[in-house]
Write a protein that binds this ligand. Structure first.
Ligand code: NAD
Length: 476
């Protein structure tokens, strides 16, 4: 028997579950198909983000940061704690409880919005008369669904190095890095990207010696150069990370409960031994199971679904959203694309501005930015003015004891329109929202400078950075 829908969403990660909810809100009969299973073999909605990504990593980052505070920061407040210790099992149980609440919450949202939820791998079977046939295959079952509209939201998978396949025992992907049951003494990380830095932070704070090996010649080259410099200083000087850039990893050999990594740096071959190795060298679009060829869905060379700015694919009424298409692999970008695809199906004029997608790295200090970096403006020959203000000169940051970092604002030299905002420091993840809103409304640095910011608050650093663009800071 074939079950009919108006729209079938493939994938229940942030792109897919949000697309399904929005489609159902708009009155479309909606199915959402997802094949994620937990390590225990249980179907679980929410994709990588909720199960083995954003949410569990934030839980462990918070727990490990608390441990770090107790050990290294409470003393300054006059609080002494003797022999703080970590119960990794309890920390992991707390993380899992948070994950289960959210993944279960999506099942509840699906019921509330009348989204039909299917567990299994959804694949194109055929297309005829403007209708797509989708097979849903699970271990013991197989079902047939049909709809005029399909939203592909199958996400991404960790990219493995050919000589270091994941075993999630010693060589870990994002899921393995989140699931360690004890703190490794020596942790190696290949890739100084978002996952490497966040997961490296968790285990370093809990006591691991962390070495990060990065292929690119510099650190965090995607970030603004001043932010990358400040962050590198904080991570290596204050936090004790060992970060090597310009590294070519040539071999990874598993030993008896440990792993040896051979790499070349400045023409010299070196070897390092670790108890665990996280490989976080990026992710690849997850399209292998889609059977795209059956309907002629066009894929790019890297496996991504080809899609235009509005997430339309080469097939009529087939959209692709989130990590499976071009653009940053970020949950918030994915969610907005999911909403927009559902709205376009019913003929609404949706809008997602990829130029103003914020980036956040949840390290300590946190890093967040939106828009252009100073080096990209320089390279493009765009005349700009720059204003920077340190957290050190902010009352709230001093009271928090979190004074590392700054906010930097870049504005067009002629029009004063804000072109980019870069933050390294406390709660950068929250502060960046003001900049995103400002840029979406085409604000100038003067607009931010004239807005009343609460005192004392970290947001005043944004205010002062705007004043700094015009060289008129008040507090330095
Ligand atoms: P990434 O692209 O952020 O970083 C990968 C890093 O690995 C890069 O610096 C790259 O130069 C380096 N690299 C690549 N090949 C290498 C090699 N052979 N040897 C050494 N270094 C190598 O990717 P990621 O950290 O794996 O994260 C995957 C995706 O998940 C990213 O798109 C990221 O945006 C997303 N993510 C986002 C967040 C967040 O928003 N806070 C958190 C985690 C993951």
């Amino acid at each position: 028997m074939t079950t009919q829908f108006d729209v079938i969403v493939l994938g229940a990660g942030p792109a897919g579950y949000v697309a399904a909810i929005r489609a159902a809100q708009l009155g479309l009969r909606t199915a959402c198909v997802d094949n994620f299973k937990t390590a225990a073999g249980k179907a679980s909605l929410g994709g990588t983000c909720l199960n083995v990504g954003c949410i569990p990593s934030k839980a462990l980052l918070e727990s490990s940061e608390n441990f770090e505070r107790v050990r290294h920061k409470f003393g300054a407040h006059g609080i002494t704690v003797k022999e703080a210790s970590v119960d990794v099992a309890a920390m992991q149980a707390r993380k899992q409880k948070i994950v289960d609440q959210f993944t279960g919450g999506i099942a509840g949202l699906f019921r509330k919005n009348k989204v039909a939820s299917y567990h299994g791998t959804g694949a194109f079977k055929s297309a005829a008369g403007g209708v797509y046939d989708i097979d849903v295959t699970a271990a013991a079952t197989s079902e047939s669904l049909q709809a005029k509209h399909v939203i592909v939201a199958t996400g991404s998978i960790p990219r493995a190095l050919p000589f270091a396949p994941f075993d999630n025992d010693v060589i870990l992907d994002n899921a393995g890095a989140l699931a360690l049951t004890e703190v490794p003494k020596r942790l190696g990380v290949i890739g100084a990207g978002v996952i490497g830095l966040e997961m490296g932070s968790v285990w370093r704070r809990l006591g691991a010696e962390v070495t990060i090996l990065e292929a690119l010649p510099g650190f965090l080259l995607a970030a603004d150069e001043a932010v990358a410099k400040e962050a590198l200083k904080a991570f290596t000087r204050d936090a004790g990370f060992v970060i090597r850039t310009g590294v070519t990893v040539t071999a990874v050999r598993k030993g008896n409960g440990d792993v040896a990594v051979e790499y070349a740096i400045e023409g010299k071959t070196q070897q390092a031994e670790f108890d665990k190795l996280i490989v976080a060298v990026g992710r690849s679009p997850n399209t292998a199971g889609l059977n795209a060829g059956a309907v002629g869905l066009k894929l790019a060379a890297n496996g991504a679904v080809e899609a235009d700015d509005n997430c339309r694919t080469n097939l009529p009424n087939v959209y692709a959203v989130g990590d499976v298409v071009r653009g940053p692999m970020l949950a918030h970008k994915a969610m907005e694309e999911g909403v927009a695809a559902a709205e376009r199906i019913v003929g609404q004029a949706a809008h997602v501005n990829l130029d103003h997608v914020p980036w956040v790295i949840y390290t300590s200090p946190e890093i967040a930015w939106v828009g252009r970096t100073e080096q990209s403006l320089r390279e493009a020959g765009i005349a700009y003015r720059s204003g920077q203000f340190p957290f050190m000169a902010n009352g709230r940051a001093r009271a928090l004891g979190e004074t590392v970092g700054f906010v930097k604002m870049l504005a067009d030299a002629k029009t004063d329109r804000i072109l980019g905002v870069h933050i390294v420091g406390p709660f950068a993840s929250e502060l960046i929202s003001e900049a995103v809103v400002a840029m979406e409304f085409d604000a100038s640095s003067e607009d931010i400078a004239r807005i009343v910011h609460a005192h004392p608050s970290l947001a005043e650093v944004m205010h002062e950075a705007a004043l700094a663009v015009d060289k008129r800071t008040l507090h330095i």
